[in-house]
Each structure stands twice: as structure tokens, then as C-alpha cells.
Design a binder for this molecule. Structure first.
Ligand SMILES: NC(=O)c1ccc[n+]([C@@H]2O[C@H](COP(=O)([O-])OP(=O)(O)OC[C@H]3O[C@@H](n4cnc5c(N)ncnc54)[C@H](OP(=O)(O)O)[C@@H]3O)[C@@H](O)[C@H]2O)c1
Length: 308
């Protein structure tokens, strides 16, 4: 947990009493907990420094085994393998989760992969629904090698879209394997994207998972219809540009219903191996500060996962 606001040095692993599962809850033996940039943003001070929120338990998504169920939980047996998102304090050996937040873990998917499926997958699904991506669209994804970006690529391809993805050179082969045309970000980006789109037609949708001015400026330069441009990371400029901001930032559409409805589809696609969760690195729980330093560095290239 974070015991103060600051950098990863404020994180520590502490022993706490775990209450019994209450009505409508299950107690999970956590096998893997996905790390997301929002986890370190929450204690960085970027979204406020309210002392009442400390100490802050971290970890929004996990995969684990049901150890006990509370009153009224009838359809989830002890021993079930599940995934959960919207969790409070998932970086832990044990965590209590409301049943509404659970989905079945497909046997074909590892614990680490399962723990990284729902939050970023649901976000990617939301960006595609909000921009109406369908067959024949030409989609530009900024940050294609990131966790959200890789889901955007795969899900857009499943909808029949062409995908051009910005990323560092080192990841281009992986993104090609996912079905995207990779381009390097940096000066000259708009021209490189135009060249990449030459064979398929103009870019019709832009999805920004990075939040840089470059990503937003290139998006509005290349996409004629601003309602088909979205960002999940640059909330302030989204308003100025008249593009869609998605998620929990100021002025953004949280899309809770869309993200919830995506969960069974994401599970099904992962079980069918049509959707892959790339794991960049796993860490024991004690190394949570290192996991956050790696996430903050901004080039994780797949999910970072804690294995309690
Ligand atoms: N609003 C929401 O609902 C929501 C939900 C989930 C995440 N988010 C936010 O979305 C962002 C991405 O999340 P994530 O989990 O995908 O992060 P991530 O896995 O850490 O990926 C970050 C990506 O950013 C790329 N990148 C770094 N610097 C760049 C630059 N200057 N230009 C272009 N790309 C650059 C990196 O690509 P290379 O390594 O190839 O350089 C990397 O692939 C975070 O800010 C996160 O907080 C928002």
C-alpha cells in the first residue's frame, strides 16, 4: 500500500487482518495482480493529495481462486478460478471482491494473462465502440505497443478494420504479428502515417492511448470527423479540440455500461485465443516499487504483473 503521496518509495507491503466475506462478496486467493499506470498516478499527487485516502490499498484487477463466499452468494463455488476488475487492494495475498465484479477465468489463459485482461481490454473496447469502428475503417492507434494499444489493435482487426499503430522500433515486429502496420512516433509522424495508409485509404478513426500533443495534433490533422477521435490520456486538450475523452478523467465519459458489457466478450475471445494478453514482466509482491518504476518509465511493452 501507499502510506504517503510521492513516488514508488512510499510503497510497502504490510500485514493486515482480512475480514470474513460479507453479503454478496467472495474472498479470493490472489494468484496474479495486474499493474496499471493509474495505480501509481493515484498516489503520485496527480489526482489530489487528500490525506483521508491514506494509507491507500492498490491494485484494481486480479485473477485468483475463491476461498470463501459471503451470505447470498450461491452460484460461485469455493475453488472457482475467477478474474476480477474494479477491485480495491488487489496487490495482496487475499482480497474481498463483490460478486458483481467477477468473471470466469478461462483455463486456456495463465493467471498472469487473466489478471491483465479486463481493465485495459475494457478500455480498448470502449474506444472502439465510442468511435464506431467497423469493417473497412482505417484506425490510427497511438501507443500501439502499450497494454491498451495492443488490445485496440487486436479488437479493431477482429472488427475488420485496418490498423496503423505508433510505437518504438523495437516493438514493430510484434505489432505486425498482431495485424497492425507499425510506424515510429516523433517528428514527421503525420507523413509516415499517410504513407502507411496509402494502400487502404484515408485514416477514418484515431485512438490516443498516450496523451502527447503530437498524438493529438496528428489525429486532428488526419481524421476529418472529430467525433471519431478519442483519447484516454489527455483530458484537458480533448475539450479544446472537440474530441472524445474516455475514462474517469475530468469531462470524460466513463462508459461503465459499455465496459461491463465487454467483459464476457473479452473472456470468450481470450478463451478462444483470438485475443492475447502480452506479459512484459512478472514480479513478486515485495518488488511492487520496482514494478511501478518500470511502469512509470513508460515503455513496459505489455502487462506488468505482480505474483503474490
Ligand atoms: N481513461 C481510461 O479509461 C484509461 C484506462 C487505462 C489506461 N489509461 C491510461 O492510458 C495510458 C496507457 O495505458 P497502458 O496501460 O496502455 O500503458 P503502458 O502499457 O505503460 O503503455 C505505454 C505506451 O506508451 C508508449 N509511449 C511512451 N512514450 C511515447 C511517446 N512519446 N509517443 C508515443 N507513444 C509513447 C510506449 O510505447 P513504446 O514503448 O513503443 O515507446 C508504451 O507502449 C496511461 O496514461 C493510462 O493511465 C486510461
Amino acid at each position: 500500500m501507499a502510506t504517503a503521496y510521492g513516488g514508488p518509495e512510499v510503497l510497502s507491503v504490510v500485514d493486515v487482518e482480512v475480514p470474513a466475506a460479507g453479503p454478496g462478496e467472495v474472498l479470493l486467493d490472489v494468484r496474479a495482480a495486474g499493474v496499471n499506470p493509474i495505480d501509481w498516478k493515484l498516489y503520485s499527487g496527480a489526482v489530489g493529495t487528500d490525506p483521508a485516502r491514506l494509507p491507500m490499498r492498490l491494485g484494481l484487477e486480479v485473477a485468483g481462486v475463491v476461498l470463501a463466499v459471503g451470505q447470498g452468494v450461491e452460484d460461485i463455488p469455493v475453488g472457482d478460478h475467477v478474474i476480477a476488475t474494479g477491485v480495491v487492494g488487489g496487490y495482496a495475498d487475499l482480497v474481498l471482491v463483490p460478486v458483481a465484479n467477477l468473471a470466469p477465468k478461462p483455463a486456456q489463459v495463465s493467471w498472469a494473462e487473466a489478471s491483465g485482461l479486463l481493465l485495459t481490454g475494457g478500455t480498448a473496447w470502449h474506444t472502439l465502440d465510442a468511435t464506431g469502428v467497423g469493417d473497412g475503417d482505417v484506425v490510427l492507434v497511438h501507443g500501439g505497443s502499450g497494454s491498451v494499444g495492443r488490445f485496440v489493435i487486436q479488437l479493431a482487426r477482429l472488427r475488420g478494420a485496418h490498423v496503423i499503430a505508433t510505437a518504438s522500433d523495437a516493438t514493430h515486429a510484434e505489432l505486425r504479428a498482431l495485424g497492425a502496420v507499425p510506424v515510429a512516433y516523433g517528428p514527421g509522424l503525420a507523413d509516415r502515417v499517410r504513407a502507411a495508409a496509402d494502400a487502404v485509404g484515408p485514416v477514418t478513426v484515431a485512438i490516443d492511448t498516450v496523451g502527447t500533443d503530437e498524438a493529438l495534433d496528428v489525429s486532428v490533422e488526419l481524421v476529418a470527423d472529430r467525433s471519431r477521435i478519442t483519447t484516454i490520456a489527455a483530458f484537458a486538450r480533448a475539450g479544446e479540440l472537440g474530441i472524445q475523452a474516455l475514462g474517469n478523467g475530468p469531462g470524460a465519459d466513463p462508459g461503465a455500461a459499455i465496459r461491463a458489457a465487454a467483459i464476457p466478450r473479452l473472456v470468450e475471445l481470450a478463451a478462444d485465443r483470438q485475443l492475447h494478453v502480452a506479459i512484459a514482466r512478472t514480479y513478486p509482491l515485495e518488488d511492487v516499487a520496482q514494478a511501478h518504476r518500470d511502469s512509470i518509465a513508460g515503455h513496459a511493452r505489455g502487462k506488468l504483473v505482480l505474483l503474490p
